[in-house]
Write a protein that binds this ligand. Structure first.
Ligand code: GTP
Ligand code: MG
Length: 319
């Protein structure tokens, strides 16, 4: 499949081509970069919604219910499920496939799972490119679901305009996890499984934590109760999502975030490219291996050698 075919297929909303492009992204195939760079001008239209939270808290169930509601409003949907712990990729993870089955016959809903396969540039990089491919394809809303276990989800979720953090009643310990960094990225808190005991208590706890957080904020994340099985609270969640997008637009934050993201992405890509180029040039060079030995023997220092090698191998025209 040529790059031109790939691009045309994606722009003509052929799912097969989108699936192929995302596979190429995962494989870090050069054709993916070529396609993405040409598709870039067709992106930036979708509302990207991140959903993160502890394993089993109901993220996929929530996304499924949200999808049903947005489909009623004629929105087209993309869903990327990222599992930083799973080597499995392609299709959908088994659980997600079952849960999202109700949308499997709907051509306007595209579901894709991503595991840890490949991704030399990182899972976050691959995810943001996959989201971008779906954006170019023309989906109105793109969900990115990732399990909340550490730093990786913060990076993965970084592409989102709106971040939903899920929790469930009675999981006292993850309050700590929430404090440790999720707090800052949440635009909306959802206490799911409202049918279980302790749901109200959990809402109170999260609200109390938000109140301690004294920083001036133009948007105070709402804390919502949902039951992703019965659908209770889903409409309120949809309202909050739309209100948050409106807030981003009105406050100028959408534009500001877009600029920041472009700056970060450009820097990251340059860094990646430079690093890759440098390591290719240094690969197997005796000067490099010798320098390492000299540093270990304290005959040379790493500060000076780093400068020298960069000057010699990266910026010298003669090599
Ligand atoms: N009682 C109750 N169970 C729920 C609710 N929402 C989801 N579940 C159940 O919780 C289990 C996990 O739901 P998922 O939607 O797979 O949760 P998840 O956060 O996507 O899970 P991972 O992707 O594996 O981290 C399933 O058995 C759901 O049926 C709810 O509101 N109440
Ligand atoms: Mg899930």
């Amino acid at each position: 499949m040529s790059v031109a075919e790939l691009i045309e297929g994606v722009l003509n909303q052929k799912r097969r081509y989108l699936a192929r492009l995302i596979s190429l992204i995962e494989d870090e195939d050069i054709r993916a970069l070529e396609a993405l760079s040409q598709l870039y001008k067709h992106t930036g239209k979708g509302h990207i919604i991140g959903v993160t939270g502890p394993p089993g808290s109901g993220k996929s169930s929530l996304v499924t219910k949200l999808t049903t509601e947005f489909r009623k409003r004629s929105k087209t949907i993309g869903i990327v499920c990222v599992d930083p712990s799973s080597p499995f990729t392609g299709g959908a993870l088994l659980g997600d496939r079952i849960r999202m089955q109700e949308h499997s016959l709907d051509d306007e809903v595209y579901v894709r799972s991503m595991g840890t396969r490949g991704h030399l540039g990182g899972l976050a990089r691959a995810t943001s490119d996959a989201v971008r491919a779906i954006d170019a394809f023309g989906k109105d809303i793109i969900f990115v679901e990732t399990v909340g276990t550490g730093q990786s989800e913060v990076e993965v979720i970084d592409v989102a305009h709106t971040v939903i953090v899920t929790d469930v009643p009675g999981s006292g310990d993850d309050i700590q996890a929430i404090k440790a960094g999720i707090m800052e990225i949440a635009d909306i808190f959802v206490v799911n499984k409202s049918d279980l005991v302790g749901a109200d208590k959990k809402v109170t706890e999260i609200n109390a934590m938000l109140d301690i957080d004294q920083r001036e904020r133009a948007w105070r994340p709402p804390v919502l109760l949902t039951n992703a099985r019965s659908g209770e609270g889903i409409l309120e969640l949809v309202d909050s999502i739309l209100a948050h997008l409106e807030h981003l637009k009105e406050s100028g934050l959408l534009q500001k975030k877009g600029l920041q993201r472009s700056r970060d992405e450009l820097q990251e890509l340059m860094k990646y490219k430079l690093t890759k180029e440098l390591s290719q040039k240094l690969q197997g060079k005796p000067e490099y291996e010798n320098a390492i030995k000299m540093i270990a023997k304290r005959k040379q220092d790493p500060y000076t050698v780093a400068e020298q090698l960069i000057a010699e191998f990266l910026f010298s025209e003669t090599r």
